[in-house]
Design a binder for this molecule. Structure first.
Ligand SMILES: [Zn+2]
Length: 493
């Protein structure tokens, strides 16, 4: 999912709805292509004033680390390549430029395809990697090329693309709701803080706020993709359980077998499905905490904790004492590092994006059909709802930057997230859908499909080495270099 982030982060909701009905006649899609072409033409010398004048409504900013000018819609995309907003803010040009230019080239091609235009000449943008020119192979090659770029630029293994993808359960509901909220509210705070600083510092803080807000909106947009309504961690746990009980050769079988949902019930964040007001006057919603359960978060957020103890606590691993939790945490890292386990979530991600879901926000919300990555414009209502939430989030930040206040609360936006799925005529909560439908379908369908089996076998042979999900990975993973995510389906983002 990439051009969708750009469109949702750039266009107004009515134009998105219109584009779903008539992509070939969409002036908005044409303007998106033109804007990307303009930004990519001479990326070191972008005239922001001229861009803003030529593309009214397009918001741009200059990133401090690289000096590169990006559109806000592009910031929305970059959360797939960088772990934290600070990494986007501070990325050196030699790493960011090839990523940015490649993403631009790929999106220009994709937007032509969406607009039903003939493919046209391959966009050649200075500094771009070669993968965008490889059609259906592009996503496979992307993993390899960006991983190699990272190693050339001295990016540590755990911050390279495959590791960022390995930790990306936070791009899936319900974790995605809170990762959006966290960075969106942080952006609001930064704007407030900036107001009391002197000019130089104020501008730096306001730029940081915009980077945070742009990064945050990636997670809001992911929350409106059918393939992101699966709980990635839970699906991987189901697959680990299924694999452990199979007769296939399974690397790290014992470690995976110990990670069933029954043995480790907190990892997938069940309380996250039940948001509750924090009661601190910020309008922030917090996941429900059952008595005696750890304050679990998604893997990315957990690995951001300062110490081993805090990381282990935040991961949600269960154990009677600290040594036992340390062992469980090592197993959890093995699960994240396993390309085979990651692939299982990729299968479901691909399936639901391709086939859509009927969803609603709340038990009483109006239902609508939601598509997702690569298919967002297949349904006007779903695309409109996503664009509407994205536009509200942007508007709140713009109003705060311009006037210092906004009437749009983060809770208003949060409550737009689809959290129910229609199944066989009944509207189920997301956890109800997982337990009452999806698990069975995984065990009897998705995991057994011939294509899943073939890919599992290929990955078992090709990627014996683990990815490096965190700096403190086991010795056998340390220094092993990244195991690139192989192919479209495993790269579920
Ligand atoms: Zn994502």
């Amino acid at each position: 999912m990439s051009w969708e982030h750009f469109v949702l982060g750039t266009a107004d909701p009515a134009a998105v709805r219109a584009a779903a009905g008539d992509p070939a006649g969409s002036a908005m899609l044409a303007a998106c292509r033109a804007l990307l072409t303009e930004l990519g033409r001479d990326p070191g010398n972008v005239d922001e004033d001229r861009v803003q004048a030529s593309y009214p409504g397009a918001q741009t900013l200059r990133l401090p680390g690289s000096g590169l000018v990006v559109a806000v819609g592009e910031l929305n995309i970059l959360a797939d390549y960088f772990s934290r907003p600070a990494d986007v803010e501070n990325a050196p040009a030699r790493y960011l430029l090839p990523i940015l230019q490649s993403v631009r080239a790929w999106n220009i091609t994709e937007l032509r395809r969406i607009s039903r235009l003939p493919p046209g000449p391959r966009p050649r943008l200075t500094g771009a990697l070669t993968y965008p020119g490889f059609g259906s192979m592009a996503e496979i090659l992307e993993g390899f090329q960006i991983a190699r770029l990272g190693s050339r630029c001295g990016i540590p293994p755990w911050e390279r693309f495959p590791a960022v993808v390995a930790r990306n359960a936070g791009h899936f509901a319900p974790f995605s709701w809170y990762r959006w909220q966290h960075f969106h509210l942080a952006a609001r705070e930064l704007i407030g803080e900036a107001a009391s600083r002197d000019r130089g510092e104020r501008e730096a803080l306001r730029t940081r706020a915009r980077v945070y807000a742009g990064y945050a909106d990636h997670f809001l947009q992911d929350s409106f993709a059918a393939g992101h309504l699966i709980n990635k961690t839970q699906v991987m746990q189901w697959y680990a359980e299924w694999l452990a009980g199979s007769r296939f050769p399974v690397p790290h079988r014992d470690q995976l077998a110990a990670l069933t949902v029954r043995a480790q019930p907190h990892l997938h964040g069940p309380g996250y499905y039940r948001p509750q007001p924090a009661g601190d006057g910020t309008g922030r919603l917090l996941p429900a905490r059952d008595p005696g359960t750890p304050p679990v978060t998604d893997p990315q957020t957990a690995f951001e904790a300062a110490t081993d103890e805090e990381r282990i606590l935040a991961s949600g691993v269960k154990g009677i004492d600290y040594p036992e939790r340390t062992v469980a945490f090592a197993r959890y890292r093995t699960l994240l590092a396993s390309s085979v386990a990651q692939y299982s979530a990729g299968v479901l991600h691909g399936y639901f994006n391709k086939h859509s879901l009927v969803v609603s926000a709340g038990q009483d919300g109006r239902t609508y059909r939601l598509w997702g990555d690569w298919s967002m414009l297949a349904g006007a209502e779903g695309a409109f709802r996503a664009a509407q939430a994205a536009a509200l989030s942007r508007q709140a930040i713009t109003e705060l930057l311009e006037r210092g206040e906004t009437g749009i609360s983060s809770r208003t936006i949060f409550e737009l997230f689809p959290d129910h799925v229609e199944q066989d005529g009944a509207l189920l909560s997301l956890p109800g859908w997982h337990e009452g439908h999806l698990r069975e379908r995984c065990l009897t369908g998705f995991f057994r499909m011939r294509s899943t089996q073939a890919m599992r076998a290929a990955l078992t042979v090709a990627f014996r080495r683990l990815a490096v999900p965190s700096p403190d990975s086991e010795p056998d993973a340390r220094g092993a270099g990244p195991a690139p995510p192989p192919g479209r389906s495993p790269v579920s983002r």
